[in-house]
Design a protein. Structure first.
Length: 339
């Protein structure tokens, strides 16, 4: 399971070789603490939000059981993680990752990730169309335009990603505007929004979406590290200082997970004004909003199963399999051609 600790004043430590989480009880100050206990082998990831604390014993127990600890800021983006010191994979993968980022292999994968992202957006809109007969024409128009943009991505060619990067970002950005414009139009009027916004979000929908993406960044980074890949060595995204460039590349096909969960929360009218706070120039998720979203995301990724590669498994496991598949493709011997 994924342990998400976001209640202000919570404390994670060790008792009798188990994680003990102390959470302040609701009510006036000094109301006391609630205690929860978890066996270390049942935990996959520990996420610590601002305003929480943990002991060095808890860090040691997590390292002994290969549990990574992720620290996130108020918008849900990871700001650091504690991981065991062993690489856990051959360094050849990272060498080949660098090589691929500079040749046609990188071009192939970047196009694949973006095309898959756009396909997923199209499929979500097609699914939403089924129950909205009065908006078929509007949705069909947006789907067709995104499909044309996806075809343009497919026809791009180059020996290095840098040769097509600007065009690719332009096509992806245009598709994104069409996609989110459609999602907004399909929501009740009180939930509609004017495009993507972040830090701070300009509306409740984007506040939820930003936090969901932040959670997804942490999951993707973990999957890449386990697969032996370098989360900083990007193909399309710039190699800026301390930027997880490859996480931003690899996450693209999986953003649909966050989109779907957030849209369902809003379309199902499970979100209300009590889940967000107005801050300077925008909105932010509060404790109630985070609890609602974290529960929904974890269920969708860690509990619900899908048919993937011939068997039933969670979306989180599927993501991990994809990371391993990509890593293995980098070091696989070239296929011999038969004449």
């Amino acid at each position: 399971m994924q342990l998400h600790i976001n209640t202000y004043g919570s404390y994670l430590h060790v008792k009798e070789q188990m994680f003990e989480i102390r959470v302040p009880k609701e009510g006036p100050p000094k109301s006391g603490m609630k205690y929860n206990h978890l066996a270390a082998h049942k935990v996959k990831t520990i996420i610590m939000a601002t305003g929480t604390a943990l002991s060095t014993d808890a860090i040691k127990l997590a390292m002994m059981h290969n549990v990574d600890i992720v620290f996130v800021e108020q918008y849900g983006d990871p700001i650091g993680r504690v991981w065991h010191s062993k690489l856990g994979s051959t360094t050849k993968i990272r060498k080949e990752q660098l090589t691929a980022s500079l040749n046609e292999v990188g071009v192939k994968w970047v196009k694949h990730w973006i095309m898959t992202k756009l396909d997923n957006q199209i499929n979500l809109l097609k699914d939403l169309k089924k129950h909205r007969s009065q908006q078929h024409g509007f949705i069909d128009d947006k789907i067709e335009r995104i499909q044309n943009l996806n075809l343009s991505v497919q026809t791009l060619s180059g020996k290095q990603v840098s040769e097509i990067a600007d065009t690719l970002r332009g096509l992806e950005g245009t598709a994104g505007r069409l996609y989110f414009e459609t999602l907004s139009a399909l929501l009740a009027k009180e939930y509609q929004f004017s495009g993507r916004s972040s830090r701070p979000a300009q509306d409740a929908f984007n506040a939820f979406l930003n936090y969901a993406y932040g959670m997804l960044y942490g999951k993707v980074e973990r999957s890449l590290i386990i697969a032996g890949l370098d989360p900083y060595l990007g193909f399309l995204h710039r190699d800026d200082y301390n930027q997880l460039s490859f996480v931003f590349d690899f996450i693209e096909p999986y953003r649909i997970y966050a989109d779907t969960v957030v849209f369902r929360l809003f379309s199902g009218k499970k979100v209300n004004q009590s889940h967000t706070d107005q801050i300077t120039n925008g909105y932010s998720l509060n404790q109630a909003g985070k609890e609602l979203l974290v529960g929904a995301i974890n269920k969708y990724l860690e509990e619900d199963t899908i048919r993937y590669r011939g068997r039933n498994q969670t979306r989180s496991n599927g993501l991990q399999m994809d990371a391993h598949t990509f890593a293995n493709s980098l070091i696989a011997p070239p296929q011999e051609e038969t004449v």
